[in-house]
Design a protein. Sequence first.
Length: 85
Amino acid sequence: MHPGMAVPERITRDAARITAPLLLHVQQDDEIFPRTGQRELFDLIGSQTKHLVTEAGPHTHTTPTAIAGWRTFIAKHLTDDSRKN
């Protein structure tokens, strides 16, 4: 991991400040970001609307189904936000 990303105190502190809707996509066999660390990060996020999606495969493996899920999540929350303004 890049040394600039090894800042657990900052990540822990800042994660709680995230309040936007969140979709965290985790790869089961991610060779860069361990699953347990990603789950810990997810639990620290302050958003009341958060979803954890786990897919099989290594870090760079992305399925069309996963991409469709991301797009649906973003479209839903952009639409929800536009009705509030």
